[in-house]
Design a protein around this ligand. Structure first.
Ligand code: NAD
Length: 257
């Protein structure tokens, strides 16, 4: 990944942070984007220390804000002159509630971040990739982008949309050397998933986690570094011909009937 420039949204923790570590370890130059300035600074300091050969900028941005997305794209081009990869990862789960009880404002927020945030990223990064005739994009869907998930309707709607947008981006820009895929993680142990277990069982989130893991064919949750390895492959030149796919990384769980 030397001399490659990759943008990672939601880089402050969880899957984005794990990918930042993986890509920095391979020598990529990174633009780390998050709306949490404090966690971004911590990640940058840690990576600078561990991987000094990787050049890193941070841009504070809410991906649901179109102007903020234009700004992270401009800042990246200013710093590195090009964009080779986009890890369109920032997303939120929203609250868990049935369809008829769901808070409409939370519903709209989930759509704004998970769907529009991914769209704005595609809209403003693709023209830069077109100029250079090369690009690799990984959008983050979810197993909830393949199947329904009880009490998470806006999340499921937004992640199905991510999968759909991935197919369209692959169709429209493959001719420009741009390959676009989505990943569909199952339960990967990040702060977001830890929060979900708290909602399921506020008194004993660890019990909720253990019970959930038992449903998985591997009897465990996934680790962020495992997802980072897949993402690193999809963002690299080693991926020459995979495009338009939503690739599950879930220990096989989405195959259970
Ligand atoms: P996380 O909550 O642990 O981390 C998300 C990061 O994104 C945080 O640093 C947060 O500050 C940032 N972020 C959130 N909204 C943002 C916004 N509007 N603008 C900028 N930054 C924002 O979450 P995670 O588990 O790492 O999830 C990352 C992505 O993976 C999400 O899209 C999520 O839906 C998806 N996903 C995660 C899992 C899982 O098991 N962890 C499973 C399926 C899909």
């Amino acid at each position: 990944m030397k001399n490659r420039t990759i943008i990672i949204t939601g880089a402050g923790m969880g899957l984005g942070y794990a990918a930042a570590k993986e890509l920095a370890s391979k020598g990529a130059n990174l633009a780390l984007v998050d709306y949490n300035e404090e966690s971004l600074s911590k990640v940058k300091a840690e990576l600078n220390e561990s991987f000094p050969e990787s050049k890193i900028i941070t841009v504070v941005a809410d991906v649901s804000n179109e102007e903020a997305v234009k700004n992270y794209v401009n800042q990246t081009v200013k710093a590195f002159g090009k964009i080779d990869g986009l890890y369109n990862n920032a997303g939120i789960e929203g609250k868990q509630a049935s369809i008829i009880d769901y808070d409409i404002n939370v519903f709209k927020k989930v759509i704004d971040i998970n769907l529009m945030g991914v769209y704005y990223g595609l809209r403003y990064v693709i023209p830069v990739m077109q100029e250079h005739g090369f690009g690799r994009i990984v959008n983050v869907a979810s197993v909830g982008g393949i199947r329904g998930v009880l009490n998470q309707m806006p999340y499921v709607a937004s992640k199905h949309a991510v999968s759909g947008m991935t197919k369209n981006a692959a169709l429209e820009y493959g001719k420009d050397g741009i390959l676009t895929n989505a990943i569909a993680p199952g339960a990967i142990l990040t702060p977001m998933v830890a929060e979900a277990f708290k909602q399921v069982n506020p008194d004993d989130p660890k019990a909720a986690e253990t019970e959930y893991a038992q449903r998985n064919p591997t009897r465990r949750l996934g680790q962020p570094q495992e997802v980072a390895k897949l993402v690193s492959f999809l963002l690299s030149e080693d991926n020459g011909y995979v495009s338009g796919q939503t690739i599950a990384i879930d220990g096989g769980e989405s195959n259970i009937y």
